[in-house]
Design a protein around this ligand. Sequence first.
Ligand SMILES: Cc1cc2nc3c(=O)[nH]c(=O)nc-3n(C[C@H](O)[C@H](O)[C@H](O)COP(=O)(O)OP(=O)(O)OC[C@H]3O[C@@H](n4cnc5c(N)ncnc54)[C@H](O)[C@@H]3O)c2cc1C
Length: 412
Amino acid sequence: MERLSTQCVIAGGGPAGLICGYLLALGGVDVIVLEKHKDFLRDFRGDTIHPSTLELIGELGLLEKFLSRPHDEVREVTAEIGDERFVAGDFTKLPTRCKFMVQMPQWEFLDFIAQEAKKVSTFHLFMEAEVTELLARSRRIMGVRVKTPDNQGDISANLVIGADGRHSTVRARAKLAVEDIGAPFDVLWMRLPAKSGDPHEPVARIVAGGLFIMLNRRDYWQCAMVIPKGGFEILKAEGLAGFHQRLRALAGFAAGRVETITNFDEVKLLTVAIDRLKRWSRPGLLCIGDAAHAMSPVGGVGINLAIQDAVAAANILAPILQTRIATPRELARVQRRREFPTKLTQWVQVQIQNRLLAPTMRAQTTPKPPALLRLLNRWRWLRRWPARFVGIGVRPEHVSAAILRRGSSAPS
Ligand SMILES: Cc1cc2nc3c(=O)[nH]c(=O)nc-3n(C[C@H](O)[C@H](O)[C@H](O)COP(=O)(O)OP(=O)(O)OC[C@H]3O[C@@H](n4cnc5c(N)ncnc54)[C@H](O)[C@@H]3O)c2cc1C
């Protein structure tokens, strides 16, 4: 990799980077995707594949193949407050071909997209390739500097896309101004053993002083404990016995299994951020996904938004990049298309975190269920709206006819 050149280089092989790279390649653009890790097998990433993403996979003609990978289908969103269970969302009425959300470890999803993308001759994926610097001439970004385990090299490109997540190197090096919206909580991830007879669906439990989310990974439960920002050090100072006691109060049917956590090294802290760039692009560079707008885990919609950005970027830019460099105005079209859905979704996340999560974490007793939750539980037809917000989102994107047409005749 001493010196390479391509039409588009993408930093980050997460949902945004891989989908954008795949669609651009299908659209006839030569693309290099750079992922700093050696595989996708990182734990503690979101596991949700939304109906809107399944729709896109269907548009690409890959739905049957995708659903042959191990997964669970979630048709309802439920919440437990104290001992009461509420159904808050119903995916079965969505106007999509899949009327469910797929629960699948993210490495399976990323691996699937990477395998399909590699069949397109203009798609190239380099693992263990970390973008460290941007290359610029005058005020235009011309490429990236990349570090691999063996060496370092430069890749020049007509366009650099930053899809390198919440701690984006690309956006920092590009000096794009960030508006920090802030999140008052962090998340601790841990595993608890699964047993036969356990429920299959994800579980969200709200009790005095805490919120606990459990995702069924078949062999084990992937659990997320929501804590006040900076609270992990306090929990560690209380010791493991105190931590077990808190977990027992939160874990419901799995309360008897909390002693399987024998060390704080088995508990991973994920800091939560909500922010967004004021401008997503500058000449020669565009940010998408969490690099453009870090999403909170609230509602489990960050992957969806990242993928929708990727589709919008590919739809707008593929026809241009095939033949020439995109102008600043053309790059700004991606932000114009995706900024409203981003702002609205973040606004909803902030309302939930400030009005529901923050008081819940402060509360000494289990909070009363909000009136809205009671309404949703009572009136089935109302439940399609939260499901639509989570499952489809605002302004859903579709793969453009131009990309699909070119993709069907693309050499592989
Ligand atoms: C605790 C937590 C739980 C969440 N749970 C959910 C959920 O259940 N459902 C949901 O929809 N959303 C969830 N989210 C949000 C979701 O994870 C993100 O919004 C989504 O992953 C963004 O996708 P992305 O492709 O933009 O970035 P990422 O998924 O962060 O991918 C970025 C990629 O870039 C790579 N990278 C980073 N730096 C470099 C570099 N310099 N060079 C090369 N590669 C680099 C990273 O290794 C990574 O693979 C959660 C977020 C948090 C914090």
